[in-house]
Ligand binder design. Structure first.
Ligand SMILES: *[C@@H]1O[C@H](CO)[C@@H](O)[C@H](O)[C@H]1NC(C)=O
Ligand SMILES: *[C@@H]1O[C@H](CO)[C@@H](O)[C@H](O)[C@H]1NC(C)=O
Ligand SMILES: CC(=O)N[C@H]1CO[C@H](CO)[C@@H](O)[C@@H]1O
Length: 305
């Protein structure tokens, strides 16, 4: 499992409402896909063709280069949840949200083997929400956290599509001299794995590569994608925002070519947390990483030389 070990805590919780869609189509009229209008009412069930990526929905980002018609991943609903090549009947079609936002859709009935499934459900050629109590496909961050890049080149960070294929292909590209938001998920109301809360998790590449090149599966010996040197985590629970950075257990010998410090932006940090010379520093830091809690405001990861 790729969720952040540092941010998962064992607390039982209220099961999320609504299971696999039951095909409650409101009207069977055929819509011309290019004339579907967003009305602020969220995603309409049974209207979009499965072949039509809903890029006009708030926050949704189309990832053409992955080869799934814009989807971040497609999983077959066949009990094994293997990857399908296109969004078609009886598949779950997952999608990326823009930086700072999180996907709201995954079936409440999850596989018992510990894998996860996420996205919209395709049935009789049409797309349906899998969480009926979330109208919109993407939701805002539950706290102000961001990454500020003071380096001379961009840094790509890649969020795990979770629950879903767990592919680290949801991109955030942080240009030189700029900043981009992280999504702080409200862990008390977000996806749970084995009755445990989960956070957002990001793979952090070295500088100077595009998100398109970095946010894909790599192979042993690579230093990007699932082999990127570091992970960031972000979440909100117990009244606090939590930010972490850690070595990627899959590639713990790798380092990034810059330094990182978690800094306050209006918030109060529980303690220092810094990455420099290939190791973590600050009270509470271990050889694996460090986690801080933030109260009363925001905080950010600063990348610098
Ligand atoms: C769908 O609507 C667009 C815009 O009004 C129009 O150009 C197109 O011809 C329509 N397609 C069909 C199949 O009706
Ligand atoms: C990192 O290495 C440099 C050069 O050896 C040294 O000056 C610096 O103090 C080190 N940083 C930390 C946090 O140990
Ligand atoms: C894909 C990716 O970004 N990986 C790259 C990370 O950055 C280094 C350069 O610093 C590239 O060599 C990797 O390919």
């Amino acid at each position: 499992m790729l969720f952040s070990k540092l941010l998962v805590s064992a607390i039982s919780l209220v099961p999320l409402a609504s299971a696999i869609p039951v095909g409650n189509v409101q009207g069977h009229r055929h819509h011309n896909q290019s004339t579907i209008k967003r009305d602020g009412g969220g995603f309409p069930d049974g209207v979009y063709d499965c072949s039509h990526f809903p890029e006009d929905q708030d926050g949704v980002v189309k990832l053409d280069y992955l080869g799934f018609g814009g989807w971040s991943g497609v999983q077959k609903n066949d009990g094994k949840f293997g990857t399908a090549s296109t969004c078609e009947d009886n598949t779950y079609c997952s999608y990326a949200c823009k930086p700072g936002m999180s996907k709201t859709q995954w079936p409440s009935n999850q596989p018992s083997n510990g894998e996860s499934v996420g996205g919209l459900y395709c049935k009789n050629g049409k797309l349906y929400k899998t969480q009926k109590n979330s109208n919109n496909l993407c939701e805002n961050s539950h706290g102000n956290a961001y990454v500020k890049n003071t380096l001379g080149s961009n840094v790509a960070i890649c969020r795990t599509d979770y629950p879903g294929t767990e592919n680290m292909n949801v991109p955030t590209d942080i240009g030189s001299g700029s900043q981009q938001p992280l999504s702080v998920v409200d862990e008390d109301n977000y996806y749970n794995w084995g009755n445990k809360k989960t956070s957002a998790q990001y793979y952090v590449n070295k500088s100077g590569k595009s998100a398109q090149d970095a946010c894909v599966w790599g192979n042993q010996g690579d230093d990007y994608g699932n082999w990127a040197p570091l992970n960031f985590g972000s979440g909100y629970t117990d009244g606090k925002m939590w930010l972490s950075m850690s070595k990627n257990p899959l590639n713990s010998q790798a380092n990034v070519d810059y330094k990182i410090t978690i800094k306050a932006d209006g918030g109060t940090l529980s303690h220092d947390c810094k990455y420099e010379n290939g190791s973590f520093h600050g009270s509470g830091a271990s050889s694996d990483g460090c986690t801080v809690s933030v109260t009363g405001g925001g905080a950010y990861f600063e990348l610098y030389n």
